[in-house]
Design a protein around this ligand. Structure first.
Ligand SMILES: NC(=O)c1ccc[n+]([C@@H]2O[C@H](COP(=O)([O-])OP(=O)(O)OC[C@H]3O[C@@H](n4cnc5c(N)ncnc54)[C@H](O)[C@@H]3O)[C@@H](O)[C@H]2O)c1
Length: 272
């Protein structure tokens, strides 16, 4: 089988949540550039318009919908609208997630009292868990009935390498929320497989995006995190494109409940 057939995503009706920036935008771009029919859901109207314009300029069939992934009714309506346009719903990138604040140690390896676990604000814990796992649940619930009805579909959740790897510099709420996402994917994969719907995850390592107010865009942060990557650098959003196409296309047809780690070796725990 030719790679052009194996990785063919042309015409696939695809939704990407939080696709106006970073990893979601790269997944949307990988799909659109290869002929998929992509709808991006994002809360940031201006960012969404810019993303759609950019991907259209690359020749993609792309639309944007302002959708807040915390709002189940809005997700239901937007997902139904995608289906009503006639192409069904073949692929969902359930990608939205927020940062959970700093970890218990700083990058200079000090131990500030303010970030000690007992001082983690309940409001922060609730907000991160509710967004990262709660919105993931709502997003998948809005898409799954359409895929079950069609007896076909691929759901790709963005988890994180921090779902399994311990983290000094990343907050506990984020780590716990991503572990919940990773295990939900495995549990849901069994149920959805009965309807020929595949559920898998992409687990990125640290990727330079706008997450956490763009703190990873700081060259000092990149130099710091780069040291922990055997590949010698942090990831870029486009490093995720290969995994996205694999899970969305016929090449991933027997992948069910898998978590693809794309982390430049970060999780191996070595210091170059
Ligand atoms: N960047 C990393 O190092 C990294 C590593 C592992 C996993 N992840 C995960 O990747 C996913 C994407 O993160 P990113 O780094 O690309 O972030 P990003 O900040 O670059 O993009 C996030 C997007 O989410 C949108 N958004 C925010 N709130 C929203 C809401 N309520 N409804 C809809 N859209 C909303 C923003 O407008 C933005 O376009 C997240 O789940 C994140 O946890 C990121």
């Amino acid at each position: 089988m030719k790679s052009s057939e194996l990785f063919d995503v042309a015409g696939l009706s695809t939704v990407v949540t939080a696709g106006a920036s970073g990893i979601g935008l790269a997944c949307a771009e990988a799909m659109a550039a290869n002929g998929a029919d992509v709808t991006i859901f994002d809360i940031d109207g201006a960012g969404l318009a810019a993303a759609v314009e950019r991907l259209k300029a690359g020749g993609g069939a792309v639309r944007g919908e302002v959708v807040d992934v915390r709002d189940k009714a809005a997700l239901d309506a937007a997902m139904a609208e995608v289906v009503a346009r006639g192409g069904g719903l073949d692929v969902l990138f359930a990608n939205a997630g927020i940062s959970g604040g700093p970890g218990f140690r700083t990058t200079d390896l000090s131990w500030p009292e303010a970030t000690a676990f007992e001082n983690l604000p309940t409001e922060l814990w609730d907000r991160v868990l509710s967004f990262n796992i709660g919105s993931m649940v709502k997003t998948i619930q809005a898409a799954l009935p359409h895929m079950k009805r069609a007896r076909a579909g691929s759901i790709i959740a963005t988890s994180s390498c921090s779902a399994t790897k311990t983290e000094l510099f990343v907050g506990s709420a984020y780590v716990a929320s991503k572990a919940a996402v990773a295990h939900l994917v495995r549990q849901l994969a069994i149920e959805a497989a009965h309807y020929n719907v595949r559920v898998n995850a992409i687990a990125p390592g640290p990727i330079v995006t706008n997450i956490g107010g763009g703190r990873l865009k700081d060259p000092a942060a990149q130099a710091h995190f780069g040291k922990y990557h055997p590949m010698g650098r942090m990831g870029r959003p486009d490093d995720l494109m290969g995994a996205a196409l694999l899970l969305a296309s016929p090449a991933g047809r027997h992948m069910c409940g898998a978590e693809i780690l794309v982390d430049g070796g970060f999780t191996l725990g070595t210091l170059n």
